[in-house]
Design a protein around this ligand. Sequence first.
Ligand SMILES: *Cc1c(COP(=O)(O)O)cnc(C)c1O
Length: 368
Amino acid sequence: MSDTTTVPMIDLGRQFRSFEGDLIEIFRRVGRSGMYVDGSELRKFQVEFAEYCGVPYAVGVGNATDGLAIVLQGMGIGRGDEVITAANSFVASGGSIAEVGATPVFADIREDLNIDPGSVARLVTSRTKAIMPVHLTGQPADMDALHEIAKTHSLKIIEDAAQAVGACYKGKCVGGLGDAAVFSLHPLKNLHVYGDGGVITTKSSEIYNTCMQIRNHGLIDRDTSVRVGRNSRLDEIQAAIATYKLAQIDDLNERFRAIAHCYSNELSSCVVVPREHDDTYSVYHNYVIQAENRDALKEHMASCGIATKIRYPRLINQQPAYGRMLDPSVQTPVALRVNSRILSLPIFPEMTNEETSAVINAVQDFYS
Ligand SMILES: *Cc1c(COP(=O)(O)O)cnc(C)c1O
């Protein structure tokens, strides 16, 4: 390893450059069409994305946070209702629930970082309307166990699949594993566009129709608004780019997986590496190890020129904005403990083998 190696968490410019000619061509095509919002590019993306997820319907939206709130609102969830989600997710998982006036309830996690169905079951009350599992890091949650709970208590399941385009669970793509799902197309996600973007998927024509209305002011034609809605559409340029990236995503995800497997093979003797269950296909939006002396390891990595991140340093139930709306008796001990040990290593499809080796060497060096 050379002393000058520097490895970033992610380098989005490399992917842009690798597709640059095609991306410029897309910009030219959409620019010349004169149609920039709610046109044929969005419709095409929705058809192709739905097909990719194995569901009949997709709805392009402005971002995944809006998408989650639109789905909740569309299901009639609001004031007085509770929705259970994972404590260790990105803050938007809780924010979307709070935004529609409902109360987020944060479940504990398992050692694999995904939501713990046992904790979910203990948190169900008469006010619970839905479970929002997060396929954290691109690893599907334990959907069978969650479906059992949902069935017993007549709850909806909304997948927060923001990190998981292309992930599979028991042979099925995420996006079709609940009543609705929401994906993010944000630049830091596996399938990304050049700005904000998101997409809802569902098997239900009713949820589809409602979400289509809510994302566009509740309009059913140019002049008739039948419900209170908002403005949150995936614009034409981003939709065209998303369609283009969708054709690449399986290859990109294979590369994420190759890097992840290389890390796991080399690092499992010194840190806890992510374990993939036999029946899941994880896409490693994020590669998270659990390490002794995490903070010292992070410092050591930095001194070797290698970026690392803690995703996320605070649980949502520890955030000042959320703490005050929570029942203090609800605790998430596993999430708390695991959170002092997690560290995300650099992972992106355009990472070189030299960079991957530099990361591995630096971790091994710390523990030797
Ligand atoms: C990124 C992310 C979101 C929010 O996505 P945006 O498109 O940025 O609104 C929601 N949930 C999870 C788990 C995420 O990682």
